[in-house]
Design a protein around this ligand. Structure first.
Ligand code: HEC
Length: 167
């Protein structure tokens, strides 16, 4: 019985390797205009999912993990693509800058699963500040909005937990 189950799993595993996965890297048509200081950070921590220059790791060739990786890249590129941003829709970097700064300061980007596999993608406080300052230069007032949001979230968090001694 166990042998049959193992055989079934083996056949299924081999079988799903034949499901096609799109690992294409389309051409970079309109690279985002961002300063080098910001580029270095996002190239390291964001480009695998948010550009057409994805570095596909070996496990992106092994189903079913490949499905998850390809899904992240597909959705990531759809939401924000540094290779097709140019200076943004209508020549404006306002919306992207705002979203990028929020995502990194609030810490929901880069995706946690990605950082587990790519520890070098973890952003330092200083790097988050560089991104936030760049975004502030495009969207004046953004920094205080983000800081307020963050504080509001933190105070809700500490109300929820017993440990409110952090502040
Ligand atoms: C492992 C892949 C991955 C990495 C690495 C990654 N992202 Fe994302 N990102 C996603 C996915 C997938 C989404 C789509 C939203 C979702 O489904 O959670 C997303 C969504 C976003 C959004 C939301 C856009 C919107 O429409 O609201 C922003 C902004 C963003 N990412 C910025 C970044 C930045 C900045 C970095 C680097 C610091 C980064 N991401 C790194 C996968 C990634």
């Amino acid at each position: 019985m166990i042998k049959k189950i193992l055989l079934f799993l083996l056949v299924a595993f081999v079988g799903i390797q034949f499901v096609p996965v799109d690992r294409s890297n389309p051409p970079v048509t309109a690279a985002a205009e961002i300063p080098d200081s910001v580029y270095t950070i996002v190239k390291r921590a964001c480009f695998d999912c948010h550009s057409n220059e994805t570095d596909w790791p070996w496990y992106s060739y092994v189903a079913p993990i490949s499905f998850v990786v390809a899904d992240h890249v597909q959705h990531g590129r759809k939401d924000l693509n540094f290779s097709e941003l140019g200076s943004g829709p209508g020549g404006s970097m306002v919306a992207p800058a705002e979203e990028i700064a929020e995502a990194v300061v609030e810490g929901w980007m880069p995706l946690r699963e990605y950082v587990q596999m790519h520890p070098e993608a973890e952003l330092t406080a200083e790097e988050k500040r560089v991104i936030e300052q760049w975004a502030e230069s495009i969207v004046p007032g953004l920094k205080s909005t983000i800081d307020e949001q963050k504080q509001a979230e933190e105070s809700t968090d500490s109300e929820d937990s017993d440990d409110s001694s952090e502040d």
